[in-house]
Design a protein around this ligand. Structure first.
Ligand code: ZN
Length: 208
């Protein structure tokens, strides 16, 4: 298991300008704002969703994570380098956001088979033990990162979850064979592009 030690760990001030008077957290380098969401609020959101939408709630939360993952890749699009290097940077940024430390195992050069291990995961923090994995947002997030970084469709599933016992959540990613790759990823990619361009951000590169 390789730790992400080759990437110098950024600090939260490297990404944000905090303006207490305006009640604003501004993202550096892009025209965007951020806000803080507590794990209690997240848990309340998840419980309300799953009460209202039952099994569909997991898919909905997964899709949210997927879009967020892809938008994160967009946010560092000015950074050059191999997907493996950018994946490490993104995971270390996520760590700085309070998402816990990550490590990766497997084929990070091509992402044919890869495991992203999350320690101290905030998405299932404080939740009761469960028989099945519960970090659908994180799973979608990792799936979105990998699809966008490696330019293809992958299947991500949470194969270990802290809520099932143990100390880590693990997202296993496998590359989807070319014949199984449908439009879903492409459409989601387009929507993320629209959402980001709609913010009037630094990403107007002629695609709008
Ligand atoms: Zn989990």
């Amino acid at each position: 298991m390789r730790e992400l030690e080759s990437v110098e760990l950024p600090k939260i001030e490297d990404f944000y300008d905090l303006n207490y008077e305006k009640g604003e957290i501004r993202l550096r380098g892009v025209k965007g704002r951020a806000f803080v969401l507590s794990t209690q609020a997240w848990a309340a959101f998840r419980v309300a969703l799953s009460n209202g939408f039952k099994e569909e709630a997991s898919f909905f939360v997964f899709q949210m994570g997927y879009s967020v993952g892809m938008s994160y890749v967009e946010q560092i699009r000015k950074l050059q380098g191999e997907p493996k290097k950018r994946l490490k940077i993104l995971l270390s940024i996520a760590k700085s956001y309070g998402w816990g430390p990550f490590s990766i195992d497997g084929d990070a050069d091509n992402a044919t088979e890869l495991i992203v291990v999350a320690k101290n995961c905030p998405f299932c923090h404080g939740r009761p033990l469960s028989e099945s994995p519960v970090c659908h947002f994180l799973t979608g997030f990792v799936n979105g990162l990998i699809d966008r970084l490696y330019d293809g469709q992958h299947k991500a599933s949470e194969t270990k979850c802290t809520r099932m016992g143990g100390t880590t959540c693990e997202i296993t990613i496998t590359e989807m064979p070319a014949e199984n790759q449908g439009r879903m990823g492409t459409e989601a990619n387009e929507h993320v592009g629209e959402a980001i361009l709609g913010e009037g951000s630094a990403y107007s590169d002629g695609r709008s």
